[in-house]
Design a protein around this ligand. Structure first.
Ligand SMILES: [Fe+2]
Length: 370
């Protein structure tokens, strides 16, 4: 069970946490954006105040490469670090997760080819966006020779997470909107996923309600709402940790690479067209629990969104995406639609409760880009 700490003004809870861990040296995985955060000063002064040495590792890129993780594992061993802390967004957290998983593997062989043997190295995370929920999931994504690799292990879920609302203060507004919608899409996709459980649905419901209740204040940078959004993203992460994401996420990746829009922006555009299509096509249900169960799930999503019907809920989602000015990209080329269509991994569609034919996927993409 993951423990949650809430940041105070002077991070006294962190002092206590590190004292309890009885460590002398920490590997701190962070990107350069840490210099804008007050947490940076905390880690800079940690050795003077408590004798705990901090070894920083920032030699990785967004969508991190395998080689970067290898450098992190080497540094972890060379410096004899005793635990790993990560301050960052999804990429930094993915790097930290992989460093932990690979730290007890044979360094003379490719880590991706070895079996993961869980280890008890402490992993502590401070998410700097309220969106990916990566700090709550067993998944990490890295790239090997340009190919996306999904690394999955329960043992890479950070044992403790710090919610520090101040990290969201300096986040550009577009990033705030996009990451919030990423969390929202995690919550609704998990809700309708064929893998949903009572537990995952409870997480989804809670995340949806928290996001909607705090959206406006979060976008105005209210400290309390920022903290609530960190919590919502974490809970939505717990939901997809059980169910994985569905067609909206399967379709959104190419929109990001083709048009340069943020991941959460792309996911929101996909779910905006997917949701009404699925409500109108429950007869194509592939969830083993049946069409009626799926209709009830849509009604439960609507209730969580404060709407009387599923149709009203999909209208509300569209309204939110539009009011956030998360606009649709315009096709640059006649080939765009073919590039998009062929990008969707059919395996990932299996979590989606409504069967989507190639023609339907093409139609949905056309609705997005034209
Ligand atoms: Fe996502």
């Amino acid at each position: 069970m993951q423990s949650i700490l809430y940041a105070s003004e002077n991070y006294a809870e962190l002092d206590l946490y590190f004292a309890e861990k009885k460590v002398k040296k920490i590997l701190l995985v962070c990107d350069n954006s840490i210099r804008f955060l007050r947490l940076n000063e905390y880690f800079e002064s940690l050795e003077n105040r408590s004798g705990i040495k901090v070894v920083r590792f920032s030699d990785f890129e967004p969508n991190p490469n395998y080689e970067s993780v290898v450098r992190g594992v080497e540094l972890f061993h060379k410096e004899s670090c005793e635990m790993i802390a990560v301050v960052g967004g999804g990429s930094a957290i993915d790097v930290a997760k992989c460093i932990k998983l690979y730290s007890n593997m044979d360094s003379s062989e490719n880590y991706l080819k070895q079996e993961i043997v869980p280890n008890d190295i402490v992993l502590f995370a401070v998410p700097t966006t309220a969106g990916t929920g990566s700090e709550a999931t067993r998944y990490a994504v890295i790239y090997y020779n340009g190919e996306k690799q999904s690394v999955t292990s329960d043992s890479c879920i950070p044992g403790t997470v710090l919610f520090d609302a101040s990290v969201l203060k300096t986040l550009p507004i577009y990033q705030k909107k996009a990451t919030m919608m990423d969390a929202f899409c995690h919550a609704i996709e998990s809700f309708w996923s064929v893998n949903s459980t009572d537990e995952s649905k409870q997480y989804s419901k809670e995340a949806i309600q928290l996001i909607l209740a705090n959206m406006d204040d979060y976008l105005s940078n209210d400290e309390n709402a920022n903290a609530k959004m960190l919590k919502a993203a974490n809970i939505a992460g717990k939901a997809i940790n059980i169910t994985q994401t569905t067609a909206g996420h399967a379709m959104c990746y190419k929109l990001t690479s083709l048009y340069g829009i943020a991941h959460g922006h792309a996911a929101a555009l996909c779910d905006k067209v997917l949701f009404p299509y699925m409500i109108a096509n429950t007869d194509k249900c592939i969830d083993k629990r049946g069409e009626q169960y799926l209709k009830e799930s849509f009604n439960e999503i609507a209730a969580a969104m404060g709407c009387p019907t599923a149709e009203k809920a999909d209208e509300k989602l569209a309204h939110i995406v539009d009011s956030l000015e998360l606009e649709s990209p315009k096709a640059k080329d006649a080939n765009d639609i073919d590039v998009l269509k062929t990008s969707v991994n059919p395996d990932r569609l299996k979590n989606n409760p409504v069967k989507l034919s190639d023609d339907v996927i093409e139609k949905l993409y056309l609705t997005i880009i034209t």
